[in-house]
Design a protein around this ligand. Structure first.
Ligand code: HEC
Length: 252
């Protein structure tokens, strides 16, 4: 058997030689890498360098200006402010809760001035846009459920065909869409009093409301000017108010 084989001294020196050789290679690699370093080549690399520098600076500045102790000290103050804050009343019409102070405020608001809208609509003499009629036709499916496929009316809603309201002032029609309608109403010479009101359909966009109203004004034998999305937009403040009655509308 080789006497060196299990000699502890030989094993000890071999270990140190191996470690030494390993370190020399590691050092060599480090030196090669050091001299082989390249400047950022791509624009992305060039941009990354200042980004990292700025990020480090910002983080240092933040850490310096907001020490954890200061944050801990501020928490009770913030909590006291939140506890003392009064929630702001909801003013968005579509979010108004019935019976709330905002609903009462809206109900007490004076009716909008519709004369300019109605005068402009009555004077309008442009041809009806077929694309608008197509949108109105789709939207009319909602109305058809109550007013009938051909606007002929039925047991739960008055007719739209031949209705003086439909071909009358556009502000009436827009406001009915935005607020709904309730109570007795006379349509084409006949008195109606339906048990259930027409609910507001204000979820429709200005374009959809304008299109469906243009559609009913120019279908089922009706003929009247188009309704414009701007006219609907101008009356959006009506949303959230209680349903209209025929007495609140402009006489057709
Ligand atoms: C849930 C049923 C229902 C739906 C849906 C409905 N209405 Fe009505 N509508 C009514 C009722 C009921 C009245 C009568 C309200 C009253 O009692 O004064 C009415 C009245 C009207 C009037 C005034 C009276 C008349 O006949 O000219 C117009 C205009 C009108 N609706 C248009 C529409 C349009 C346009 C749509 C679709 C976008 C529509 N309605 C959807 C039920 C409905």
């Amino acid at each position: 058997m080789d006497p060196n084989r299990d000699n502890p001294i030989v094993r000890f020196t071999t270990f140190w030689w191996a470690l030494g050789a390993f370190l020399i290679f590691a050092l060599l690699l480090a030196v090669i890498m050091l001299f082989n370093r390249k400047d950022p080549q791509t624009l992305e690399d060039a941009a990354a360098k200042p980004r990292y520098e700025i990020k480090a600076k910002v983080e240092a500045a933040q850490a310096a200006s907001l020490p954890p102790a200061a944050i801990d000290a501020a928490i009770p103050q913030v909590a006291a402010k939140i506890a003392a804050a009064k929630p702001a009343a909801v003013e968005k019409p579509e979010q108004v809760v019935p019976g709330s102070p905002t609903a009462a405020k809206l109900a007490a608001a004076p009716p909008p001035d519709t004369s300019a809208i109605d005068a402009a609509a009555a004077a309008a003499n442009e041809p009806i846009d077929p694309a608008v009629m197509e949108i109105g036709k789709v939207q009319f499916m909602v109305c058809a459920a109550c007013h009938g496929q051909n606007g002929e009316g039925g047991p739960i809603a008055p007719p739209l065909a031949g209705s003086e309201w439909v071909t009358g002032p556009v502000s009436n029609l827009i406001r009915i869409q935005l607020r709904g309608l309730q109570g007795p109403i006379k349509v084409a010479g006949k008195e109606y009093n339906f048990p259930a009101p027409m609910a507001a359909l204000a979820y429709q966009t200005d374009e959809q409301i304008a299109a469906v109203l243009t559609y009913v004004r120019n279908n089922f034998g009706n003929k009247a000017s188009a309704v414009k999305p701007e006219q609907v937009a101008a009356l959006r403040s009506e949303v959230g108010k209680p349903p209209l009655t025929a007495a609140e509308l402009t006489a057709p």
